[in-house]
Ligand binder design. Structure first.
Ligand code: FNR
Length: 338
């Protein structure tokens, strides 16, 4: 197995080892005001929406995780099947490995095979050669491209990149491909200045991928002897990152630490067009296999529709109008940062 494939397998194992369903995060410090008399009915059809010109049954999706190893193939096949059956979007893990190891294509392609007409999002790092990106988009008939920014993760990896001059590369990718480009973090959050700079350079879609869920400093720290656990606390909480994206008036996805349908509603109420979930879905699959994850996603749709109703709303567009209020520690950070 190559060092890259081995890393993918280790990420899957460590994401499971460190998974903590009860983990407290910024969504717990944010609240939504609920009318006792909502004058609404529960209706699952309010969840249906469009994502990159295709219809999806819900505004949440399976966010980037894996590809490029044996176990990745098994996971991506199941995720593709579930995305198809539940009619939700799926983002694959980084396909940058394909620039060097073409034989790993199958571990990504299985998802497209299972979901021929669904929304499939390809993910790369900014350093990936443009030809490899173009080819992967074509082979997987990708509907959008995520480019991940992951400085903290790279620093936590002894073998990681040390050069983070990425803007020209991102601009080049944007110029050369025709599908939408989403800039995402990997669990440490996009800050407002970076969103602004990227917006000025033509980027239209963002995924805040804030802190509060999967922590790649923790995962990478467990992969090496040199202790970098102090990096675990330097992420920007998802709620703050979402408020920053909202301030920049860009299209954005809320992700990072989403644990349940109420977190999804909070993400949508912050102005996110979609909400992305990674490790909670992966761990449900690990624990209860395909059926378990499919049931969870199906239940979450029912529960999200019920929540929208009790918060007195009748469509996705009006969710940002729900009144939000914050516990003081989070309010304090918001006042200092935004
Ligand atoms: C990830 N994530 C990720 N992100 C990315 O842009 N490219 C990638 O290849 C991966 N790989 C990956 C593997 C595994 C096992 C996990 C759990 C996660 C990060 C992911 O997309 C997301 O930003 C974070 O996990 C935060 O979301 P959750 O897990 O808290 O919902």
């Amino acid at each position: 197995m190559s060092i890259r494939s081995e890393r993918k397998e280790e990420h899957l194992k460590l994401a499971q080892m460190f998974f903590n369903k009860e983990k407290y995060n910024s969504f717990d410090q944010m609240h939504l005001l609920r009318p006792a008399l909502p004058e609404s009915k529960v209706d699952q059809s309010v969840l249906a929406t469009e994502m990159f010109n295709k219809s999806v049954s819900a505004p949440f999706f399976i966010n980037a995780m894996t590809g490029g190893s044996k176990q990745s193939l098994i996971v991506n096949q199941a995720l593709g099947k579930i995305a198809h059956q539940e009619k939700i979007a799926l983002a694959l893990g980084s396909a940058s490995i394909l620039a060097k190891e073409k034989d790993q294509l199958e571990s990504f392609y299985v998802a497209r095979d299972e979901d021929p007409n669904g929304v499939l999002i390809v993910n790369v790092n900014p350093e990936t050669p443009i030809n490899a990106i173009k080819q992967t988009i074509k082979e997987l008939q990708a509907d959008a491209l995520q480019i991940h920014l992951n400085t903290v993760q790279e620093i936590a990896m002894p073998e990681g990149d040390r050069n983070f001059i990425w803007l020209d590369q991102i601009k080049n990718i944007l110029d050369q491909i025709t599908i939408p480009v989403i800039i995402k973090e990997v669990g440490f959050g996009l800050d407002q200045n970076s969103i602004h700079l990227l917006k000025e350079n033509g980027i239209k879609y963002f995924d805040v991928a804030g802190s509060g869920g999967t922590n790649f400093a923790q995962i990478e720290n467990a992969r090496n002897d040199h202790d970098v656990s102090y990096l675990e606390d330097i992420g920007l909480p998802t709620v703050i990152s979402a408020l920053m994206a909202q301030k920049e008036s860009v299209n954005f996805i809320v992700s990072g630490g989403v644990r349940n349908p109420l977190d999804i509603l909070k993400g949508l109420s912050l102005g996110g067009q979609f909400v992305g979930i990674s490790n909670v879905f992966l761990q449900e699959f690990n624990k209860n296999s395909f059926e378990g994850l499919q049931t969870l996603i199906s239940n979450w749709k029912d529960e999200l529709a019920a929540l929208i109703s009790i918060y007195g709303k009748h469509d996705l567009a009006s969710l940002p109008k729900i009144k939000k209020y914050y516990d003081l520690p989070l309010k304090n950070q918001i006042d200092q940062l935004i």
